[in-house]
Design a protein around this ligand. Structure first.
Ligand SMILES: Nc1nc2c(c(=O)[nH]1)N[C@H]1C(S)=C(S)[C@@H](COP(=O)(O)O)O[C@H]1N2
Ligand SMILES: [Mo]
Length: 327
């Protein structure tokens, strides 16, 4: 059961939460020192939860997720604090200010939640969130998130490979792309009553990108269900692409033959392409992409890496493509 009220949860089930809290507390303490290797070292010690017992509030009253398999991937960088990850957001459905999603996100009702999977597949269906994603499948994935605006964070997501969900629908050979759609509910999403973007927000991936093992559907972070500002109850995370590919609050996943439109390329095709792989050598028309500010730092001192540092795992998908063009 993915979504449970805190009152349904027995105390014996919250061990995982305690080690998250412990790690979070650790990074608060270590934050000023920026110890390289600290995240990996501490993640490795995750079974030693007892020292962290007694710390309060993992954040926002979210429900702890059960049975999350630790699967720390590809970073020894310090995690961003829960507070950073949940207060500095892009989610234009709630406004364009970085704090608007936290401030106004509470109006969104995320339960019950249905995700429709359809298009070119043998088993189209609408799923209740709890039926789409089972606790036993959840994994932790610690990924860098690089926004096209040249800021970044390191976030401990909880989710499942997108491929697991897609394969259940049995995509047909004709399916070349996957198209995603965010909820359209202007009554609960004040930004949708403005024209800051064309609504609903849409995104897409080529089939091989969608099936890539690094691509996940996230339902939590720091071991708890997602806060609304981060795209509750379910959002996409594609760590080698700019953050806007990570569409939030998904209600539809559709297999299609043609490259689908994407929210940012609809609004500004000169500046935002379909592929949008992180690339320090291709500047945004209005700013450099060579460096990024790793929040909460105010300075762009961190060198942006090709494919956001995941090139060894993803570069082969783009062999033969001209990466200098705005793909
Ligand atoms: N539906 C929707 N999804 C969205 C956005 C949005 O405005 N609406 N913003 C994107 C951008 S630009 C980024 S950088 C990430 C930010 O995710 P975070 O707020 O969880 O860090 O979400 C992406 N997903
Ligand atoms: Mo972004």
């Amino acid at each position: 059961m993915l979504i449970r009220k805190p009152s349904d949860i027995r105390s014996s089930e919250i061990t995982d939460e305690r080690w998250y809290l412990g790690r979070r507390e650790f990074f608060r303490l270590a934050g000023g020192l920026l110890i390289p290797g600290a995240a990996g070292a501490l993640a490795g010690a995750c079974s030693d939860a007892s020292s962290a017992a007694g710390l309060s509030d993992g954040g926002g009253g979210q429900s702890p997720l059960q049975n999350v398999k630790a699967k720390v991937i590809n970073t020894d960088e310090p995690l961003n604090r829960f507070e950073d990850i949940t207060s500095y957001n892009n989610f234009y459905e709630f406004g364009t200010g970085k704090n608007d999603p936290q401030r106004y996100g509470g109006s969104l009702k995320t339960s019950p939640w249905t995700v429709k999977i359809d298009g070119l597949c043998n088993k189209p269906a609408s799923y209740h969130l709890e039926d789409l994603i089972k606790d036993q499948q959840l994994e932790e994935r610690i990924y860098r998130l690089r926004c096209v605006e040249a800021w970044s964070m390191v976030i401990p997501w909880v989710g499942i490979p997108l491929s697991t969900v897609l394969n259940r629908a049995e995509p047909q050979g004709k399916a070349k792309y996957v198209a995603f759609t965010t909820l359209f509910r202007p009554g609960e999403m004040p930004g949708q009553r403005t024209d800051s973007l064309q609504w609903p927000y849409v995104e897409g991936l080529r089939m091989d990108e969608a099936m890539h093992p690094l691509t996940i559907l996230a339902v939590g972070l720091y071991g708890k269900t997602l806060m609304n500002q981060n795209g509750a109850p379910i959002r996409l995370v594609v760590p080698w692409k700019y953050g806007f590919k990570g569409i939030k609050s998904i209600v539809q996943i559709k297999f299609v033959e043609k490259q689908p439109p994407t929210a940012w390329s609809i609004s500004n095709p000169q500046e935002y392409g379909f592929y949008s792989n992180v690339n320090p050598e291709v500047d945004h028309p209005r700013w450099s992409q060579a460096r990024e500010k790793r929040l909460p730092s105010l300075f762009a001192t961190y060198k942006t890496q090709m494919f956001n540092g995941y090139g060894d795992q993803v570069a082969s998908m783009y062999a033969g493509m001209d990466l200098k063009r705005n793909y």
